[in-house]
Write a protein that binds this ligand. Structure first.
Ligand SMILES: Nc1nc2c(c(=O)[nH]1)N[C@H]1C(S)=C(S)[C@@H](COP(=O)(O)OP(=O)(O)OC[C@H]3O[C@@H](n4cnc5c(N)ncnc54)[C@H](O)[C@@H]3O)O[C@H]1N2
Ligand code: MOO
Length: 418
């Protein structure tokens, strides 16, 4: 269907002629503008069982001294240093019971790992170093107990009140152990963003239906949704709009409703049916930038919606969409969550990487981990930014700053994982 400009309801007369090609921002400037625009996400309290992978938004302090008592570290006997080699066994100190009292310094108390050290005892001898006959423990000939050995002293790990986890920490498996071990059953984490993914284009058809010669299966939204899920952002609602201004506006209106972030793909370049930027601006989404000096992904558009929504309009070509999503959207969401981590990591190029004089270049790469300890990025040159069929075996993209000639093999580049 054709829509001559004059018939588009949302085109003001001064929008009918195309603006001259605008200059493009640098990658770092674009990133800074995004960071300044995105609002930090609020917090919510979740039960421990739902906290793994979330971003902590409070300080977690030790509930009590850790360990909370002088903890026996070996199954064996507890004695007072200087006791004789033959010691009557006066009792059994199990884990989960209050401390017994070693009243006779020439005797001993059987102990279990994790138990309280009996009062009056100061040394543990492991069971492998003794024989036990008729209620008497005898030390192995020549074995000299070391005073204080095998007692994990109260408070030697941390003192009550000491900060153990700081806001911005991603809750890993050990962090969950810290929460549980310190009596935190519910924790403040960043709220998940409410997300919408909207793709545009008449040629796009669903994955599970028939596809005609002139049609393309929608794949960008699948990659974006997968990345969001893999990085713990939960589910995004999906929308599709044909290349029709009214339909685009209607779908955008629904996508913008009550969202923190809207991610569009397609319709941001110079084509007669690339309505996305104008439609967004018509709906009150203020453009922050359009076009970044990069390849792929030059037509990237970013704006701020009327309710403070961050709106990313990614170029439709699949490699460009995935590159822009990985380079800009994911890190921005991570920052909005208040995470202190950085998604970008430095590593070495496995081979020379051709630079572009005025553009930052992003190239898909597969990582290998050399025995030397070096992680190498092997580049997967793609013929065009529409060529995504070989990306399935790659790990992410490397960022090659503008310049002449090639970045040499072995030099450090920034890697962004998918
Ligand atoms: N005259 C100019 N033409 C183009 C320019 C330019 O500066 N001047 N920029 C080129 C660049 S760079 C890119 S990237 C593309 C971006 O175009 P759009 O964002 O408008 O995207 P579309 O035209 O809608 O689609 C491009 C391409 O990608 C396919 N596509 C789109 N959405 C999906 C999807 N969800 N799943 C799979 N594939 C998708 C679409 O079928 C097209 O083949 O513009 C250049 N042109
Ligand atoms: O640079 Mo566009 O993003 O390649 O095709």
């Amino acid at each position: 269907m054709l829509f001559p400009y004059g018939t588009l309801p949302f085109y003001k007369p001064d929008m009918m002629s195309r603006p001259p090609q605008e200059s493009a921002l640098g990658v770092a400037e674009a990133e800074t503008l995004i960071r300044r625009t995105l609002r930090p996400l609020g917090t919510e309290r979740v039960a421990l069982g739902a906290a793994a992978g979330r971003i902590l938004r409070e300080t977690i302090a030790a509930e009590r001294d850790q360990p909370p008592y002088d903890r026996v570290m070996m199954d064996g006997i507890a004695l007072r240093h200087g006791a004789p080699a033959r010691l009557p066994i006066l009792g059994t100190q199990r884990a989960g019971m209050p401390a017994l009292n070693l009243t006779d310094p020439s005797g001993c108390i059987e102990t279990m790992t994790g138990a309280m050290c009996p009062a009056g005892a100061d040394t543990i001898v492991p069971v492998e170093r003794i024989t036990r006959v008729d209620g008497v423990a005898t030390l192995e000939p020549g074995y000299t107990p070391v005073p204080g050995q095998f007692i994990h002293r109260r408070g030697s790990d941390c003192r009550a009140g000491e900060a153990l986890l700081s806001p911005g920490t991603r809750l890993s498996a050990p962090a969950l152990a810290v929460l549980a071990g310190n009596g935190v059953a519910e924790v403040a984490v960043s709220r998940r963003p409410r997300l919408a993914i909207l793709s545009t284009g008449d040629e796009l058809v669903p994955v599970d239906g028939p596809v005609r010669d002139w049609e393309i299966r929608r794949s960008n939204e699948e990659a974006i949704a997968a990345s969001l899920a893999l990085h713990g952002f939960g589910e995004a609602e999906r929308f599709w709009a044909p290349d029709d201004p009214d339909a685009t506006m209607a779908v955008m209106t629904r996508a913008l409703a009550e969202r923190d972030v809207v991610i569009l793909s397609g319709g941001v370049s110079m084509g007669d049916f690339d309505y996305v930027p104008q439609a967004l601006e018509q709906l009150g989404v203020r453009r922050i930038f359009h076009r970044v000096a990069q390849r792929p992904g030059r037509p990237l558009w970013f704006g701020l919606g009327p309710q403070g929504q961050a709106v990313f309009a990614l170029p439709g070509n699949p490699v460009s969409a995935m590159t822009c999503f990985t380079r800009y959207v994911l890190p921005a969401l991570t920052a909005a969550e208040g995470a202190t981590e950085s998604r970008a990591v430095p590593l070495a190029l496995a081979e020379d990487a051709p630079r572009l004089p005025d553009l930052t270049r992003f190239m898909p790469a597969r990582l290998t981990h050399a025995a030397s300890g070096q992680t190498l990025a092997h580049l997967l040159p793609v013929s065009t930014s529409g060529d995504f069929n070989h990306l399935g075996s790659t790990d992410g993209i490397v960022e090659i700053p503008p310049g002449d000639g090639a970045a040499p093999a072995g030099s450090a580049v920034t890697f962004h994982g998918w």
